[in-house]
Design a protein around this ligand. Structure first.
Ligand code: DP6
Length: 324
């Protein structure tokens, strides 16, 4: 029985589109901050019989259970290659998601990062962080980045070369501003396919993301928070634009999300450095400096429908002991 804990990550340069659907290879690189809240804690026990997956005390069936079983099959295939007889066993996977599931806070990233660490250890595989990042990628692309402490860059490439690794960046904070309506959004998985196949801006999105990533890596190396913020807000807006241009259109941002983007722009006009970003859903994150985070949270709280939290760079996925 092994237990691992992982945290979600929020991308400053977003991943949206795949070069390979099966291997989950991204069309372009991305860069993210691992959070220090909304963790997923996952325990894997080898069992006879069938794979089982419980999430927050509820037995999972259907698509989410299938994704876990497919992932476990991959782990077992690795175990077979190195001759481990654990490969004969199925697995019971028990996960607890701390984040409000309704708020849809990147739970597949923390989920598959925790599962990669817990399942590989349960089956007796010895994998380093790079191998674990590649493995987590096969569950959900953004999970590759949740293996990494603080800030991660995930490289495009082939199965061998597409992994995430740590990058130095200036200290910062994010403020979560949940506005989820509870309405079911299009999943990232299918939204990406729709964008790739129907959005006329898709190729420009991919080629411009490579340029943004280069600029972002430069801004991180220079410790230039203003540039990081500007690049990340603009890149988020571009992602939502390329998605909205799909036919039929897909819109993840709601009027409430747009109001938060506007309020963050108004804060900047008042001299408070904050920048907006949002993933494939209506919830917004403000990217800001640690010393400004409280005042940014105070100003955004009236626009949130759930709890506004200040998030800081957090740890990569790892095994934990029984008492943690
Ligand atoms: C908008 O990693 O959830 O959060 O690889 O299909 O599982 P799959 O997609 P996923 O997509 C995340 C998309 C995003 C941007 C990002 O995190 O970079």
């Amino acid at each position: 029985m092994t237990t691992a804990r992982a945290y979600p990550n929020i991308a400053l340069v977003k991943y949206w589109g795949k070069a390979d659907e099966d291997l989950i290879l991204p069309a372009a690189g991305s860069l993210s901050m691992t959070l220090d809240d909304y963790s997923t804690t996952t325990t894997v026990t080898l069992v006879d019989g069938e794979d089982e997956f419980r999430l927050n005390d509820v037995e999972q069936l259907g698509r989410s259970a299938d994704r876990v079983t497919t992932f476990l099959e991959l782990v077992r295939s690795y175990a077979r290659v190195v001759g481990l007889d654990t490969a004969h066993y199925s697995a019971r996977v028990v996960s607890v998601n701390e984040g409000p599931t309704a708020a849809g806070m990147a739970s597949s990233a923390s989920g598959f990062a925790a599962l990669a660490v817990a399942a590989s250890a349960a089956y007796g595989l010895r994998m380093d962080t790079r191998e674990l990042s590649r493995l987590a990628r096969r569950g959900s692309g953004s999970a590759s980045r949740s293996l990494i402490d603080r800030f991660a860059v995930w490289y495009p490439g082939d199965d061998e070369s597409s992994y995430a690794e740590q990058i130095e960046a200036p200290d910062m904070a994010m403020v979560s501003v949940p506005v989820a309506t509870g309405k079911k959004a299009v999943s990232s998985r299918s939204g990406m396919v729709a964008t790739q196949t129907t959005s006329p801006f898709y190729h420009a999105w991919v080629s411009s993301t490579a340029v943004t990533l280069r600029d972002m890596i430069g801004a991180c190396a220079a410790g230039d928070f203003t540039r990081i913020g500007e690049l990340s807000e603009n890149h988020a807006i571009r992602m939502h634009a390329v998605i909205a241009a799909s036919q039929p259109s897909i819109r993840y941002l709601t009027p409430a999300s747009i109001a938060i983007f506007d309020e963050i722009a108004a804060m900047r006009a008042d001299g408070i450095e904050a920048y907006a970003t949002a993933d494939a859903g209506p919830n917004v994150f403000a990217v800001t400096l640690p010393e400004l985070a409280e005042s940014v949270a105070d100003r955004l709280r009236p626009l949130a429908t759930g709890e506004t939290k200040i998030l800081r760079p957090g740890p990569g996925a790892r095994l934990i002991g029984d008492d943690e």
